[in-house]
Design a protein around this ligand. Structure first.
Ligand code: F6R
Length: 243
């Protein structure tokens, strides 16, 4: 595991860009994308690299981590809408190669097929992750088995509260989501996890030093052979090297 501690969010985004841009050197890269506030700066870096001619997205295949159940892709808080407006609408990715879980329709069949689709393409080369205050990755909340594949989850009260900042009211936050499972995430060949802010400090400490337990889903990442954690000083504030 590699841990990069940055001075601020801008530096996090630039360090994450260095990791992500490396994978674009592959002939047909397959990247797993996350939503939420953490990767927005990285996505801005990717867009400006496309605009300056540094990165070409035409051979990229993408798989997103998750989507809220019940939100259509046209809903402004859907993760589909998020990906289009924060990245995919601004780069030359082939839409046929973009995969984002659906939050509506036949979710059971979707879940059954998503891991197969990833495997059929050859597996994810690099998975981008954020992390919840409770250590969730994707929407795998505490207690989800480490061997889980893409499935439907009930969101924790803490996650609903944290994400209510994006909605008019907490009652509008969906209570369920479709998410890649922990095994799906661990199958990625490499992983980069981005976290900023003091509210992520305990989760980051547990990710690196906690026991490997489903009570903190991100703790399983200790067993991943190619993990880079990119955090700011606040998110790193409980780490021994910062004390
Ligand atoms: C999003 C996702 C979540 C977020 C996490 C952190 O696709 O899978 O695990 O990464 O909830 O969200 P932010 O970045 O908004 O703090």
């Amino acid at each position: 595991m590699k841990v990069i501690i940055c001075n601020d969010y801008d530096q996090i985004s630039k360090e994450a860009y260095k990791v992500v841009s490396e994978v674009f050197k592959m002939e047909k890269p397959i990247v797993g994308f996350a939503t939420g506030s953490s990767p927005i700066g990285l996505y801005k870096e990717l867009i400006s690299a496309y605009k300056s001619g540094e990165l070409d997205f035409s051979s990229l295949t993408t798989f997103n981590l998750d989507e809220y159940v019940g939100l259509d892709k046209s809903h402004v808080q859907s993760y589909n809408y998020f990906m289009m407006s924060n990245l995919f609408d601004h780069v030359n990715v082939n839409r046929e190669n973009v995969h984002i879980p659906s939050g509506t329709g036949d979710l059971d069949s979707f879940c059954r097929l998503y891991d197969h689709e990833i495997e059929k393409k050859g597996g994810i080369d690099l998975q981008i992750l954020g992390i919840g205050r409770n250590g969730h990755i994707g929407f795998n909340e505490p207690g989800v088995p480490f061997e889980s594949r893409t499935h439907i989850v009930n969101l924790d009260a803490d996650t609903i509260e944290a994400n209510s900042r994006f909605f008019d009211s907490i009652d509008d936050v969906p209570t369920k989501a479709v998410t890649m499972g922990i095994r799906t995430i661990m199958n990625a060949k490499s992983i980069v996890l981005i976290a900023n802010g003091e509210q992520k400090a305990q989760a980051i400490y547990n990710t690196i030093y906690g026991p490997v337990t489903t009570e903190c889903p991100s703790s399983i990442l200790q067993l991943h052979p190619d993990l880079t954690l990119i955090v700011d000083k606040e998110a790193a504030s409980l780490l021994p090297q910062q004390k």
